[in-house]
Write a protein that binds this ligand. Structure first.
Ligand code: ING
Length: 331
C-alpha cells in the first residue's frame, strides 16, 4: 500500500515593510483555500512569512526590531491561518521571527530571538519547532553592502538541533518530517542530521536575494537560483527524502528576492517549480515509498557510512591548511 501525501509550496510574493500582518495572513489564507481545493494535505509557507525580510534593515537599537517578532504562536494576527487550516484539515509549515522567554545556557531566563519555523498538524497542533542554525550575513552595519543582511544581529543561533518527528499528516497515520530554513539548505551537515533520523519530507522556507549583496566578488546572476536548487536536489538525493522549498519572492522596498520554489523527490528530481515571483501554489503527490530505494541501497547509512573517517566534520569549525608535500631526500 503506497504512502502518498499531496503537498504544496505556497510561495509568497513580496511583503512591503509597511504591510500589516493582517494582509500577509489574509494572502496565506487564500493560498490555503486554493490548496484545499486542489487536495493538498500539507502546505509549506516561506521563511519569515508574516513580514518583510526585516534583516535587510538596520536598527541601531536591536529592540526596535522587536515589532517584527511574534511573542505568541498562534496570536490574534495569525489565528485566521490556524482556523482555516483546522477547518480544511490541512497541515502547514510557517516561518516567523520568534521571541521566547526561556533560560539560556547559563540558566538565565530572558527574551531570546530566533528565526523559527513550525509544523502544524491537520487539527492545529504544533507538531515540531525548528530554529535556524546557519545564520548568514553579519551583526553590524556594513557600509560596503548594497543591502544589509543582519540575521546575526537580530537572531540567536538555533538551539533545537535539526529534529525529525513522525506524526500523522494528510491521510497517513505517520510520516517522518523535519525542517530547515533558508541558508541551512547550503550546508550538507543539516541534511545529513535529518537523514540520520530517517526523514522522509523536509519543509524549507527561504528569502534569498536575487543578486549577490556581499560585493565580495563576481557571481553570475543565474547561479543564484542554480545554487539554491543544487543544494536542495543534492540534499534530497543524498538523504533519500522529499523537500518542499518555498520562497518569499519579488521586490520588497526595492530589494529583490527570487522565487523558483520547488518540490524535489528522493532521486533529486524537481517535480514542481513556481514560475512567478508572486503568491503562487505549486503541488505534487509524494509517494513516500520512493524514499526506500535510496536508503536501502546506495545511501543505506548503516551499511556504508564510516564515521571514524569523518572526525573533522564535528571537531573543526573553519578549514585548516593542508600538510605541505616535501620531495623525499635523495630523489
Ligand atoms: N538568505 C540567503 C540564503 O542563504 C545567502 C543568504 C544567499 C547566503 C546567497 C549565501 C548566498 O539563501 C537567507 N535568508 O539565508
Amino acid at each position: 500500500m503506497s504512502r502518498i501525501i499531496t503537498v504544496g509550496a505556497a510561495q509568497l510574493g513580496p511583503i512591503q515593510k509597511a504591510e500589516p500582518r493582517s494582509s500577509s495572513v489574509a494572502r496565506m489564507v487564500r493560498l490555503l483555500e486554493r490548496a484545499h481545493k486542489r487536495g493538498v494535505e500539507l502546505v509549506v509557507f516561506p521563511e519569515l512569512a508574516l513580514t518583510t525580510f526585516f534583516p535587510r534593515h538596520y536598527h541601531e537599537d536591536a529592540a526596535e526590531a522587536d515589532s517584527w517578532f511574534e511573542t505568541a504562536m498562534p496570536s490574534n494576527e495569525t489565528a485566521p491561518l490556524f482556523d482555516a487550516a483546522r477547518r480544511y484539515g490541512t497541515g502547514f509549515h510557517l516561518g516567523y521571527a520568534e521571541i521566547a522567554h526561556e533560560a539560556d545556557e547559563t540558566g538565565v531566563v530572558r527574551p531570546r530571538r530566533f528565526n523559527t519555523s513550525i509544523l502544524v498538524g491537520p487539527e492545529g497542533d504544533v507538531l515540531l519547532k525548528y530554529r535556524k542554525v546557519h545564520l548568514p550575513g553579519h551583526a553590524e552595519f556594513d557600509p560596503k553592502r548594497v543591502v544589509q543582511h543582519l540575521e546575526k544581529r537580530y537572531f540567536e543561533v538555533g538551539n533545537l538541533g535539526f529534529p525529525v518527528i513522525r506524526a500523522p499528516m494528510g491521510g497517513l497515520n505517520g510520516i517522518n518530517m523535519g525542517m530547515m530554513i533558508c541558508n541551512d539548505r547550503r550546508w550538507p551537515e543539516a541534511w545529513r542530521v535529518l537523514g540520520l533520523q530517517s526523514v522522509e519530507l523536509v519543509a524549507l522556507g527561504y528569502n534569498t536575494p536575487s543578486l549577490n549583496m556581499e560585493a565580495g566578488g563576481f557571481e553570475a546572476h543565474h547561479l543564484r537560483v542554480f545554487h539554491s536548487h543544487l543544494s536542495i536536489q543534492a540534499g534530497c538525493y543524498q538523504n533519500a527524502c522529499f523537500a518542499v522549498a518555498t520562497a518569499k519572492a519579488g521586490i520588497e522596498d526595492g530589494a529583490e528576492l527570487f522565487g523558483h520554489s520547488i518540490i524535489v523527490n528522493p532521486q533529486g528530481e524537481i517535480v514542481a517549480m513556481a514560475s512567478t515571483w508572486d503568491d503562487e501554489l505549486i503541488t505534487a503527490d509524494c509517494d513516500l515509498d520512493l524514499c526506500t530505494l535510496g536508503r536501502t541501497t546506495i545511501f543505506a547509512f548503516d551499511k556504508h557510512r564510516r564515521p571514524e573517517a569523518y572526525g573533522r566534520i564535528t571537531e573543526q569549525v573553519g578549514a585548516v591548511e593542508p600538510v605541505e608535500w616535501k620531495k623525499p631526500a635523495g630523489r
